[in-house]
Ligand binder design. Structure first.
Ligand code: AMP
Length: 213
């Protein structure tokens, strides 16, 4: 099964995708985290990401395809998180999946308001060692500034600073919203209110996935 999980930055889609992948054994293909790893050794990609711009589509797709191809992804099922991000990427993904006898099966969209995005992202902290994400308001670590999993330092991502957040939101509205219309036309779009407790949202997502299994 191929699931797209969508929503603006801070909507909690990463948290939900992680819970779903643990429950069903899906591969969680989180493009932002994946590209941040690559950016550590690729200055050009790092600069693009630090500005809050998108990495060029051809390059992103090539990297993601290679990553999934090496993981027997389709036998396990994949949750695409952060990719596709615009119509061009959506159509490219559909085309690539079709060459594997696959298609996007469900798109889960988690919605939150713009004010809530800014509030949540400003409180987000990421472990610089393992990448685990915390929120100092809603999901703080046991010890301030320290990752519970690996003891790494928790830092604020440079692109989670207010000006860059605004830029990323503009990109979301300009590029991702039109993609949602294309997915709606394909009849696979399900929308959820993201301003509710994590467990409540998860229950709703699980229900939709189970009806497609
Ligand atoms: P995220 O963690 O999803 O907010 O992504 C962080 C950054 O990674 C974005 O601002 C982009 O620079 C890059 N990125 C993530 N996913 C994609 C994608 N599908 N296409 C292009 N760039 C991406």
């Amino acid at each position: 099964m191929n699931i797209l999980i969508l929503g603006p930055q801070g909507s909690g889609k990463g948290t939900q995708a992680e819970l779903l992948s643990q429950r069903f054994g899906f591969i969680h293909m989180e493009s932002g985290r994946f590209l941040r790893e690559i950016a550590k050794t690729n200055k050009r990609i790092d600069e693009i990401m630090m500005r809050g711009d998108l990495v060029p589509t051809d390059e992103t797709i090539e990297l993601i395809e290679a990553h999934l191809a090496s993981r027997n992804a389709f036998a396990r099922g994949v949750i695409f998180d952060g990719f596709p991000r615009d119509r061009e990427q959506y159509f490219a993904l559909k085309e690539w999946l079709s060459t594997k006898g696959q298609k996007p099966d469900i798109a889960l969209v988690i919605t939150i308001t713009e004010d809530e995005t800014i509030r949540r992202l400003s409180a987000r902290r990421t472990c610089e060692k393992c990448g685990r994400v915390y929120n100092i308001i809603t999901n703080p670590p046991q010890n301030e500034g320290v990752c519970e999993d690996c003891g790494g330092n928790l830092v604020q991502r440079k692109d989670d600073e207010p000006e860059t957040i605004k830029r990323r939101l503009l990109t979301y509205h300009a590029r991702t919203q039109p993609m949602l219309e294309a997915i709606r036309t394909d009849g696979i779009l399900y929308e959820f209110d993201g301003e509710r407790p994590i467990e409540e949202i998860q229950k709703d997502l699980v229900k939709v996935i189970e009806t497609h299994m």
